[in-house]
Design a protein around this ligand. Structure first.
Ligand code: MSP
Length: 677
């Protein structure tokens, strides 16, 4: 029987829209899942959403929604992004589902029956952002030690889990299973944390209601981390579906960010030890995507939304960039520049160019059909060996989670194929009818090499890999391909190829970045009279709202395929318009920006979150007159700093030649977050 491999991502909080950090975790898990399926393993891949707890309850309250309504809205965002990115999960669990609640209650009852739960009262600091308790000694200036969030003093009746009882068993487990936590540095941190002494853990809250009630005391809801961690077994039908559970538990890998390692490597195994269930085999922690050395997350500002880059350049380039650019386990800096450099060098120059020149030569010199190799041809031997090495290198590195190195092996093979073309000069062979056999053999070898490259990149770039196969005339589904397809020589001579458009168009970096910058700060006065965004709007992305502002319109012209240029008469298609996300927003607060006569800083509610927007409207509007108004904002603009304030969008205003702004609002009051179209 195929070896099973059960792999999980963290389940994501629904107070926040998905950003590049969540995208990274999920794409890495997807690559591992695809890679293991390809290697013949029986993979089960789980992801989902974490929907209970105080953080979600507060976020919902702030938007005038029920927590469940907020969860339903945000879950849709996550699922839509995962669909778009081609995430191949087998199950998606929401902690508000009944199957989850039943399993959690079973786990709680089992732990209670073991005598590991008792009632007491909790008095201490709680960080709602981390959903975590912290001892007094770790609080610095009223903020949590991990991420600097504001903490609240909490005093309430609570049930406790006897975590302290599991200190020694956990230490023993870490020493018996040195691979339990990866990478090594993180393992050492976990060890030090546990060795320094474990206190019993409060696992219920009684001061709010959004959670799973305790079966024996429904005035309490379960602590959200107890609830959330259980998802890994409730999704397998813990306590209900013995077969599924027996087939996949224990998990082979919990993939998490380094910020939530403690919950997975300490609390979770302790709960399982208490419940007498096997422990996961491995907890693997990755680093953070940073921008300007700060973690990219909603609470830290500077969120990077992957959607504009995906809109402009495609899904596979984003997947490739995330895997190639970050050294697994370490932090990495995100920038559009680095993204474009990667795409241009590795995808457009190396792989894209190899594909287009090979297909063109087959079209020109071989009537658009795969030629055949002649038995006299020996020069393909190094290619065969290199193809095997690329695969073994990829396997070795992917198993060690060194995705960058694994991909580097594949790119060495791609470079070899490009060099092979140059060295064999097919264009010269084509002029000598006596060397026809050599020409055919060279073309066959490169095409066959490309077929294997497509297989190698499938886990990371499933769409492009399938496209390469299709162009080589292969009918089989590459995503269902298994190891035997790696054998050299599968391409059948005589198969018609399809040349197609450039797979990875080169991005004009200087132009893209210049236009992005130009979109950033056009002052209101310089704009033509129009329905014009307020001046402080910040747009750096291709899919920016600059497209709606005539003064900044040229941006669209330079983008590759996905972003069509306006027609010569200036008209745009409905699709282009639809890329600008316009939303209703409610002004919660407004104030002047120090040192800027024209700028106001607004705090607005856009339905699923609160944003800061800097707008050049102070000449006409006193801040206090705006509070409570419903305005229209561009919600998918990249943030930009204006006079030291990060503006996370822009509002719409009409203006005449004088530049006096008249902000747009709705005829009747509507809730924040409505789409405007
Ligand atoms: N709900 C909890 C997890 C419960 S699992 C039983 C949670 N959710 S989260 O939405 O805040 O974060 C989910 C994951 O996204 C974490 O692994 C976190 O590390 C990851 N990331 C969030 N921001 C990140 C970056 N800037 N960079 C990389 N990953 C980061 O925690």
């Amino acid at each position: 029987m195929a070896r099973k491999f059960y792999l999980t991502t963290p389940i994501y909080y629904v107070n926040d829209q998905p950003h590049i950090g969540h995208t990274y975790t999920t794409v890495v898990a997807d690559v591992i899942a695809r890679f293991r399926r390809m290697s013949g393993q029986d993979v089960r891949f789980l992801t989902g959403t974490d929907e209970h707890g105080q953080k979600i309850e507060r976020a919902a309250q702030a938007r005038g929604l029920q927590p469940r309504q907020l969860a339903d809205q945000v879950v849709e965002r996550f699922q839509a992004l995962w669909r778009r990115l081609g995430i191949s999960h087998d199950d998606f669990i929401r902690t508000t589902e009944d199957r989850h609640r039943r399993g959690v209650v079973k786990l709680y009852e089992k732990i209670k029956a073991r005598g590991d739960i008792y009632k007491d009262s909790y008095k201490g600091w709680y960080c709602t952002s981390c959903e975590s308790f912290y001892p007094e000694s770790q609080i610095v200036d009223g903020r949590c030690p991990d991420q600097g969030h504001k903490v609240d003093w909490t005093e309430e009746e609570s049930y406790f889990f006897r975590l302290s009882k599991y200190q020694e068993p956990l230490l023993k487990h870490y020493s018996d299973h040195p691979d339990f936590v990866f990478p090594e540095t993180r393992r050492n941190e976990v060890l030090a944390f546990v060795a320094s002494g474990l206190k019993d853990l409060s696992i219920s809250r009684s001061s709010f209601a959004w959670g799973i009630p305790l079966p024996d005391d429904p005035r309490h809801v379960l602590y959200v981390w107890f609830d959330a961690l259980s998802n890994y077994i409730t999704a397998l039908g813990y306590g209900a579906d013995r077969k599924l559970y027996a087939r996949y538990w224990p998990a082979d890998m919990h993939l998490v960010g380094k910020d939530i390692l403690r919950f997975h490597a300490v609390y979770w195994p302790a709960f399982l030890l208490s419940a007498e269930e096997p422990l996961p085999r491995k907890v693997v922690a990755h680093g953070w995507w940073l921008r300007d050395a700060a973690k990219i997350s909603k609470s830290q500002g500077g969120v990077v939304d992957p959607v504009p880059m995906i809109d402009a350049f495609g899904v596979d380039p984003m997947r490739y960039f995330l895997l190639r650019e970050m050294i697994f386990g370490q932090d990495a800096n995100y920038s559009d520049e680095a993204f474009i450099d990667r795409v241009n060098t590795d995808l457009a120059n190396d792989l894209g160019n190899l594909l287009s020149r090979t297909l063109k030569m087959i079209e020109d010199f071989s009537a658009g059909m795969i030629p055949k190799v002649d038995s006299r041809f020996r020069e393909d031997e190094p290619l065969k060996a290199a193809a095997r090495e690329a695969w073994t290198g990829l396997v070795k590195n992917f198993e060690a989670l060194d995705f960058g190195a694994g991909l580097a092996r594949v790119w060495e093979f791609i470079s070899l194929l490009n060099r092979f073309i140059v060295q064999n000069e097919p264009w010269k062979l084509a002029q000598d009818p006596g060397r026809r056999w050599a020409l055919d053999s060279v073309l066959y070898s490169v095409a066959e090499g490309l077929r294997i490259v497509a297989l190698l990149v499938t886990p990371v770039m499933p769409v492009s890999a399938a496209e390469i196969w299709k162009r080589l005339g292969l009918k089989a589904d590459i995503n269902a391909a298994s190891l035997e397809h790696f054998a050299w020589g599968e391409l059948k001579p005589g198969t018609p190829i399809a040349r197609g458009e450039s797979l990875f168009p080169r991005i004009d970096k200087a132009r893209y970045l210049a236009e992005a910058r130009a979109d950033k700060e056009p002052p209101m006065e310089t704009r033509k009279p129009s329905l014009s965004p307020a001046p402080a709007a910040a747009a750096t992305g291709a899919a920016s709202a600059g497209d709606t502002a005539p003064a900044a319109a040229p941006a669209a012209g330079s983008l590759p395929a996905a972003a069509a240029a306006p027609a010569s008469d200036g008209t745009i298609g409905i699709d282009e318009f639809a890329r600008v996300q316009l939303k209703t927003a409610k002004v919660l607060a407004a104030e002047k920006v120090a040192g800027a006569d024209k700028l106001l800083k607004l705090t607005v509610d856009i339905g699923v979150e609160t944003r800061t927007i800097v707008a050049g409207i102070a000449t006409r509007y006193a801040p206090e007159t705006l509070v409570g108004k419903t305005i229209i904002v561009v919600a998918n603009l990249k943030p930009a700093k204006l006079r030291g304030v990060v503006s996370q969008g822009m509002l719409l205003a009409a203006s005449d030649d004088s530049g006096t702004p008249y902000i747009l609002t709705t005829e009747e009051p509507v809730p924040p977050g409505f789409k405007v179209r």
